[in-house]
Design a protein around this ligand. Structure first.
Ligand code: C2E
Ligand code: CA
Ligand code: CA
Length: 451
C-alpha cells in the first residue's frame, strides 16, 4: 500500500467526519474544532470573538406540508446564502436539523454581532424557490462573545443557545446577544413560571375587584377583575409580570379560566345591574375556542352573561383580526359586552372603533394623568369622548387619582371612571363590605364570605 493513497484516504475520511453531507458546510464537530483552535490562539492575544447559532422559525411544518425533499432544498439554499454573506475568516456550520452555527473571529462586540445578525436574517428571509411555489421563513439568532459569555467551546455554545432561546421567547425573528442580565432574566422567568404553575394548580391566584364609577352619581356600576398573586418565596408578583409570562409560556388559558370562574362566583353576590369587567389576554384572541370556553364558564355558573364584559386591547386584536372579530361576535351574540382597553396607547385606529363591535372604550391612564395640566391631552380626550358619543359607545376613564381629574372628565361628558380616587382593587370580602358601606348591599352581607 503506498503512503500517498493512505494519506488521501485519511483526509477524505477526516473531511467526511467534519462535513454535513446535505449542505456541504462543516458540521458541529467542525465548528467545535474551530472554536477550540481560536480559543488557543486568543489565549496569547485575548481579543474577543463571537459564536452564533441561528434557528429557522417554523421549519417543521415545511417538512410536514411540502415533504422532506422541499425541506432539504431550503436548507441547501440557506447554507448557500449564509456562506455568501459571512465575513472573511468566518466559519459556518450546520449543527443539526434547522440549526446553523457560526464562528466569527473578527466580530468583537454586541453592536457588530447584532448588525451581522440583521444581515443574515434579512438574507434568509427572502423567498425560497421550490419549483412550483415560493416559501418565506424568518429565523432567530443567539450570539455569545468570548471571553465574557464563556471561555471554552462548550460555554460559548451554551451561552449562544441561551440567547437563541430568548430570541424565540421574544416572538421569533429576533437577535439576542448573551449577557449576564439575560441569563438572570431567563432564570427568574423559569422560577416564576414554575411557582405560577404550582399556584394555579393549588388555586392560589386570586382576583381582586376595582370599582368602576358612574361619574354623574359617584355610585359604582361594576368592577374590573384584576389578578393577584403572592408567592411564598417570590412574594408579591405583579400581574404586569406574570400575565405576559403565562401568555408566552402557553398556560394563560388555564389561568384565565380559573380566574374567570372565581370572579364570576363573586360577581353573583353583587346586586342586579352591576357588571363584572374581565381582561382577556392577547394570546386568547388568536384562539378560536376562546369564545365557547368563556360562554361555557358563564353558563355553568348561572350568571346572566349580560352582567359580564370582556376587556381587550387593540394590539391584541391586530395579531389575527379575523379570529378576534369572530370571538367578539360570538361573545356579543351570547350577551357578553366588549370593552376596548387601554385606548390611546398602542396602534389606536379610529377605523377600528367603527369596524369592530365594542360597547365601551376605556381611555388609558396615560391621558387621564395629564389631563389637568396638558392642553393637548385635554383636547385629545375631548375628541375621544365626542367620537365615543357619536358611535354610541360608553367611555370609561382609567386611572383617575384626583378630584380635579374626575371633575374635568365629568364636565366633558365621560360616563364612567375608575382609579385610586374611588378605590384600589380589593378582595371579594372587602368589595362586599364596600358595597355595604355605600348602602348598595344590606349590612352583614359580607359576614359569611368564604373567599
Ligand atoms: P389594565 O387592564 O390596564 O388594568 C388597570 C391597571 O391599572 C391595574 O394594574 C390597576 O391596579 C391599575 N390602576 C387602576 N387605577 C389606578 C390609578 O388610579 N393609578 C395607578 N397608578 N394605577 C391604577 P394591575 O392590577 O397591576 O394590572 C396590570 C395589568 O395586568 C392590567 O392592566 C392587565 O393588562 C393585566 N391583568 C391584570 N389582571 C389580569 C387578568 O386577570 N387577566 C389578564 N389577561 N390580564 C390581567
Ligand atoms: Ca383592563
Ligand atoms: Ca386598561
Amino acid at each position: 500500500m503506498d503512503l500517498a493513497s493512505t494519506r488521501s484516504d485519511d483526509l477524505a475520511e477526516d473531511l467526511s467526519r467534519f462535513t454535513d453531507p446535505l449542505t456541504g458546510l462543516g458540521n458541529r464537530r467542525r465548528l467545535i474544532d474551530k472554536i477550540l483552535r481560536l480559543v488557543d490562539e486568543r489565549a496569547m492575544d485575548p481579543a474577543p470573538f463571537t459564536v452564533g447559532i441561528m434557528n429557522i422559525d417554523g421549519f417543521k411544518p415545511i417538512n410536514d406540508l411540502f415533504g422532506h425533499a422541499a425541506g432539504d432544498e431550503i436548507l441547501s439554499q440557506i447554507a448557500h446564502r449564509l456562506k455568501s454573506c459571512l465575513p472573511e475568516g468566518a466559519t459556518c456550520a450546520r449543527l443539526n436539523g434547522d440549526e446553523f452555527g457560526f464562528l466569527l473571529p473578527l466580530v468583537f462586540d454586541k453592536e457588530n454581532a447584532t448588525r451581522l445578525g440583521k444581515v443574515l436574517a434579512e438574507v434568509c428571509s427572502a423567498p425560497y424557490d421550490l419549483g412550483d411555489r415560493n416559501v418565506r421563513l424568518s429565523s432567530s439568532f443567539g450570539f455569545s462573545i468570548y471571553p465574557f459569555a464563556g471561555e471554552d467551546e462548550n460555554a460559548l455554545l451554551e451561552s449562544a443557545d441561551t440567547a437563541l432561546y430568548r430570541s424565540k421567547r421574544r416572538g421569533r425573528n429576533q437577535i439576542t446577544v448573551y449577557s449576564e442580565e439575560i441569563a438572570d432574566q431567563i432564570k427568574r422567568g423559569t422560577q416564576i413560571e414554575q411557582a405560577l404553575r404550582r399556584a394555579i394548580t393549588a388555586d392560589e391566584v386570586e382576583v381582586h375587584f376595582q370599582p368602576i364609577i358612574d361619574l354623574s352619581t359617584n355610585i359604582p356600576v361594576g368592577f374590573e377583575g384584576l389578578a393577584r398573586w403572592t408567592d411564598r418565596e417570590l412574594g408579591f408578583v405583579s400581574p404586569g409580570a406574570f400575565i405576559p409570562l403565562a401568555e408566552e409560556r402557553g398556560f394563560i388559558d388555564s389561568l384565565t379560566e380559573a380566574l374567570l370562574k372565581k370572579a364570576v362566583k363573586v360577581a353573583q353576590t353583587w346586586p342586579e345591574g352591576m357588571f363584572l369587567s374581565f381582561n382577556l389576554s392577547s394570546a386568547q384572541l388568536v384562539d378560536p375556542s376562546t369564545a365557547s370556553s368563556i360562554i361555557q364558564i358563564l353558563h355553568r355558573s348561572g350568571i346572566d352573561s349580560r352582567a359580564v364584559e370582556m376587556e381587550i386591547t387593540e394590539t391584541a386584536m391586530m395579531t389575527d383580526p379575523d379570529t378576534a372579530n369572530k370571538i367578539m361576535n360570538d361573545l356579543r351574540a351570547a350577551g357578553v359586552g366588549i370593552s376596548l382597553d387601554d385606548f390611546g396607547t398602542g396602534q389606536s385606529s379610529l377605523g377600528r372603533l367603527r369596524d369592530f363591535a365594542f360597547d365601551k372604550v376605556k381611555i388609558d391612564r396615560a391621558f387621564v394623568s395629564k389631563i389637568t395640566d396638558d392642553r393637548p391631552t385635554e383636547h385629545i380626550v375631548k375628541a375621544i369622548l365626542t367620537m365615543c358619543h357619536g358611535l354610541d359607545l360608553l367611555a370609561v376613564a382609567e386611572g383617575i387619582e384626583t378630584e380635579e381629574q374626575a371633575d374635568m372628565l365629568r364636565d366633558m361628558g365621560c360616563a364612567y371612571g375608575q382609579g385610586y380616587l374611588f378605590g384600589k382593587a380589593q378582595n371579594a370580602k372587602d368589595t362586599c363590605m364596600y358595597l355595604e358601606t355605600l348602602g348598595i348591599l344590606p349590612r352583614g352581607s359580607s359576614l359569611n364570605f368564604q373567599y
